[in-house]
Write a protein that binds this ligand. Structure first.
Ligand code: GLN
Length: 485
């Protein structure tokens, strides 16, 4: 048996039954990382020795006491893990080692998981391709001349290439869902406030959420149910019960009778890749075959989501990134006066996309423009949120594409930031509304690249989305296909 072929759910069962040891599994992941990293560059840091030592400890205790005991996971490099470098894909944090661990990661560790390394990301999670990482692009395992999506591209590529069974990502405007889709894996962006953001390097604080990636809906559910919950260290987290999500699949019969799925016409726009639309429509038909009722719904303010997001996210980023001044974290440029040090450090260490966002955000927040840009964007954000609230009075979930295209070539959007921003058109609305979104593979295009579909749900109803995707994965095998990087 090839241990890296095990899904997270299978690995958990094999460890419990003592068919495999955590040390064997961790070793197998490390060997595969060593073999494929040169062509993929999914990781920014691999903690091989620590992971093996923890695996040995886990084997001593046995795997029956904790849900994730002995499971190796990868963590996107914008989440802090004590004593592991955290660069956020930026030169401004080169060499920074945080003295604490993000709550989401800590909860996984308390459940027995082993952090095997940190995955590549667009700088401060700003991007849709991982090309904005200051440490080089990650390659898509399905075609290494293409991007893995972003910003959690390292996590998605690592799972697709079977370097690890599961990983954490973050999603501010699509950064879990779009790379999951481009790499043919399953990814969940939870409800805003469901998973603590403590220990996540803040990008857009009202939009950021910590999500999970795996090969199947079961895998993602296993991580999600451990990470979710109120955290006194993040005041926006809420105490809402996570409905029991049965990973064994027994309780979710492959039947969606009684479930209503809405299809918003605004998400099937002109100019999207025909194969993407065809695969998503076929998946919706399959959900219908499973018993779901399919209904048209309307989210009329969808077209404003992109401009609204690209005002609010940079505005929040411009404030959040003010803390990187060369004094508190990371390297410091030389200068005689304090302001010279700040200016030089930021000028030298931030990449062009981060600088662009800081300038856009500062402009949108400046006196005289605040009402016209930031204030107006907040009002339209409310309309977008209300669109979803109305739709969820009629349906249990909304089905839509994840991105207008499959994975594009590295460099394709090189000098056109707007073309890159357009990649996010279908994922941003869920962040603006704070609702959960789940993506999973539903087909391939003519070039052999995966196509994903997105299900969005009402606040705190991740369980419905996971149940639907699980039912779909019981009767399809897209999620079992494997690239050959
Ligand atoms: N691509 C979007 C951006 O650049 C979303 C990124 C994210 O979700 N972190 O802002």
């Amino acid at each position: 048996m090839n241990l890296t072929d095990l899904t997270l759910t299978q690995a958990i069962a094999a460890l419990r039954n003592r068919e495999i040891s955590s040390h064997e599994l961790t070793q197998a992941c490390l060997e595969r990382i060593a073999q494929l990293e040169p062509s993929l560059h999914a990781f920014l840091h691999v903690a091989a020795e620590d992971a093996l030592a923890q695996a040995k400890e886990a084997d001593k205790t046995g795997a029956n006491d904790l849900p994730l005991r002995g499971i190796p996971v990868a963590v996107k490099d914008v989440l802090m893990v004590e004593n592991m470098p955290a660069t956020c894909g930026s030169k401004i944090l080169e060499g920074f080692v945080p003295p604490f661990t993000a709550t989401a990661v800590k909860k996984l560790q308390e459940a027995g998981a082993i952090v095997i390394g940190k995955t590549n990301t667009d700088e401060f999670a700003m991007g849709s391709s991982t090309e904005n990482s200051a440490y080089g692009v990650t390659h898509n395992p399905w075609d290494t001349s293409r991007v893995p999506g972003g910003s959690s591209g390292g996590s998605a590529a690592a799972i697709a290439a079977r370097l690890v069974p599961a990983a954490l990502g973050t999603d501010t405007g699509g950064s879990v869902r779009q790379p999951a889709s481009f790499c043919g894996v399953t990814g969940l962006k939870p409800t805003y406030g469901r998973v603590s953001r403590y220990g996540l390097a803040a990008y857009g604080s009202s939009l950021d959420s910590v999500g999970a990636l795996g090969r199947t809906a079961d895998d993602v559910a296993a991580l999600f149910s451990v990470m979710a919950g109120r955290d006194p260290l993040d005041a926006t987290t809420m105490d809402v019960d996570v409905p029991a999500i049965d990973m064994a699949g027994g309780r979710h019969a492959a039947s969606l009778r009684g479930m209503r799925i809405g299809v918003p016409q605004e998400y099937f726009m002109d100019g999207m890749q025909a194969e993407v639309e065809a695969a998503v429509r076929a998946a919706i038909e399959m959900l219908k075959t499973l018993g779901a009722e399919i209904r048209p719904v309307s989210l009329p303010h969808t077209e404003y989501a992109l401009p609204v997001y690209y005002i609010i996210a940079p505005a929040e980023a411009s404030a959040n990134l003010a803390r990187y001044d060369g004094v508190r974290y990371g390297p410091r440029a030389a200068g005689e006066k304090m302001w010279d040090v700040f200016r030089r450090t930021r000028g030298e260490k931030f990449g062009p996309e981060v600088e662009r966002r800081i300038m856009l955000g500062t402009y949108a927040l400046s006196a005289g423009y605040y009402d016209a840009y930031y204030g107006q964007a907040q009002k339209v954000r409310t309309l977008i949120k209300q669109d979803f609230e109305r739709a969820f009075e009629l349906v249990d979930a909304i089905a839509a594409p994840v991105a207008p295209t499959t994975a594009f070539k590295i460099g394709a959007h090189g000098d056109d930031p707007l073309a890159m921003y357009l990649e996010d058109v279908f994922t941003l609305p869920a962040n603006l509304a704070g609702v959960p979104g789940l993506t999973f593979p539903v087909g391939f295009d003519g070039e052999g690249l995966p196509v994903g579909m997105q299900l969005m749900g009402a606040h705190f109803r991740e369980d419905i989305l996971l149940r639907m995707a699980h039912a779909y994965q019981q009767v399809t095998d897209w999620h079992t296909r494997q690239p050959n990087p």
